[in-house]
Design a protein around this ligand. Structure first.
Ligand code: P53
Length: 479
């Protein structure tokens, strides 16, 4: 009963949101470095601003992050104290290939992650490694146009091969692209694409570009799977999506259909990564719109033969969709848009809180794909304050996570979902991807740093630290 003995409890991070040291040891500049906090952030993420360098007067939180680069030993020791079985992190591509198109990797970059993985190994922690978590070397953006260009495939392949080879025996679980479905909303952040005037104005043109870029990422992902199997039979390679369930606003079939269509756009790319071919609805969509896409027979063969071993996903919230386009109550929480759901409470950032939606989402993903799942992000972004004793009493976070873990347990125990593990997002406070804030905190460990970059970077355990330790110790029985 309950979770397997080897269930991978842990936490998750991403290079650009916590490493800092953006220009040390030969690291090249990346797209994510130059996305500032503030009003420019969203339009930049969306590829609406033609800039490939820092702009005077803006604050760039990724430059220093929370300085994991220099503090990784201390941080890994802290999470090991909670009993983590797994630690999800990502590789900063531009540490390994500073420009992206070099022949040989940067030894200092490779060495850094080797040190980190060995530190994990010391505590018996399995690293779960994302090859690209919203990052691409800026040179690949400037010289090639990011993922719109087919040449990127070869650079990604070199990068993946360098990683699999160097970390053979140290890393078993890899993820090819973080939240691959975000590409359509955030082409600059997800794919290093700056949209042209024409693409900004012409919906058809823009979609054509994004489908082509998505195809390149799909083929790159398949090549990574193939390469991994050549290098090391033990490796498991996973796909990753921002998962959610979209509820129809009413039982009106028009709403049900609208919700279905919206939800399917989220599944689209993973349908290919898991099943090995473009689904019927996508082929029809390409045909109907007469998109001029370069998809070769060789590509289709790669997709077919190199499907992923598992599907990982983030789960934060559910959405509500109505067919009525004239309604004005659809709110944008981060990048996802939803009508209100009167049955659910919201976070400080307006994301609805839906533990049961987590069970529903786990089931729908498993029903659809029938391969092992891995929850690699879930959590509550909240404002934390220190009390008079310098403690964060984050009972709201404990409550949020406890309810989600209970639903996850039902999905495993009652519904039979095959689940590899659960890593909470931002186990140590880090920079928010959506907003660039430090004030949106997810961690069990507090980091002294604010939105403007002030603070000592000192680490402190929150109340949730000991709670999560107990959850792991009891293998999810004691929540
Ligand atoms: P922040 C949108 C919707 C759901 C998850 O998000 C998302 C996004 C993109 O912002 O991203 C994932 O920091 C992502 C992480 C990110 C986390 O969710 O905006 O993989 O990098 O930090 C939480 O609160």
């Amino acid at each position: 009963m309950g979770f397997n003995k080897d269930f991978l409890w842990g936490g998750a991070t991403a290079a650009n949101q916590f490493e800092g040291a953006y220009n040390e040891d030969g690291r090249g500049l990346a797209n994510v470095d130059i996305i500032p906090i503030g009003e420019l952030r969203r339009p930049m993420m969306r590829g609406q601003i033609n800039k490939t360098d820092f702009i005077e007067g803006y604050h760039y939180p990724a430059k220093e992050g929370i300085d994991f680069y220099h503090r990784y030993k201390e941080d890994i020791a802290l999470i090991a104290e909670m009993g983590f079985k797994a630690f999800r992190l990502s590789i900063a591509w531009s540490r390994i290939f500073p420009k992206g198109d070099e022949e040989a990797p940067n030894e200092k970059g490779l060495q850094f992650y080797e040190d980190v993985f060995k530190e994990c190994q010391k505590y018996g922690m399995e690293p779960i490694v994302t090859i690209t978590h919203f990052d691409i070397p800026i040179h690949l953006v400037e010289a090639y146009g990011g993922w719109r260009n087919r040449k990127i495939l070869g650079f990604y392949e070199n990068h993946a091969r360098a990683l699999f080879t160097r970390y053979k025996g140290l890393v078993k679980y890899w993820i090819t692209f973080n939240e691959i479905n975000m590409l359509f909303d955030n082409p600059f952040m997800s794919a290093g694409i700056i949209l042209t005037e024409e693409e900004l104005e012409d919906d058809h043109k823009r979609r054509e570009t994004l489908y082509q870029a998505a195809h390149h990422q799909l083929v790159a992902s398949a090549i990574a799977v193939k390469t991994a199997r050549e290098v090391d039979k033990e490796i498991k390679v996973g796909a990753m999506i921002a998962a959610t369930t979209t509820y129809p606003d009413t039982p009106n079939p028009d709403d049900v259909w609208a919700a279905h269509l919206l939800e399917r756009t989220g599944f689209f790319l993973v349908d290919v990564q898991v099943r090995g071919e473009y689904p019927g609805y996508a082929k029809k969509e390409f045909e109907r719109n007469n998109f001029n896409l370069h998809i070769t027979e060789e590509d289709l063969k790669l997709l077919k033969e190199n499907t992923v071993d598992y599907l990982s996903f983030s789960y934060y919230l559910t959405l509500v969709k109505s067919a009525d386009e004239s309604r004005t109550d659809a709110k944008q929480g981060n990048v996802l848009t939803s009508h209100p759901n009167k049955y659910l409470e919201k976070t400080d950032w307006g994301w609805n809180i839906d533990p049961k939606g987590f069970r529903i989402t786990l089931n729908r993903l498993y029903d659809r794909y029938n391969i092992p799942l891995f929850v690699v992000e879930n959590g509550l972004g909240a404002y934390d304050t220190l009390d008079e004793n310098g403690m964060v009493q984050d009972d709201y976070r404990i409550d949020f996570l406890a309810k989600h873990i209970e639903q996850m347990k039902l999905a495993v125990e009652v519904d039979g979902v095959d689940l590899l593990g659960y890593t909470t997002w931002g186990c140590i406070d880090l920079v928010s991807a959506g907003s660039g804030e430090m004030a949106k905190r997810y961690g069990f460990i507090y980091v002294d740093r604010d939105n403007d970059g002030n603070g000592t970077l000192e680490r402190k355990k929150k109340k949730s630290f000991n709670w999560y330790k107990k959850v792991i110790e009891s293998n999810g029985e004691d929540v």
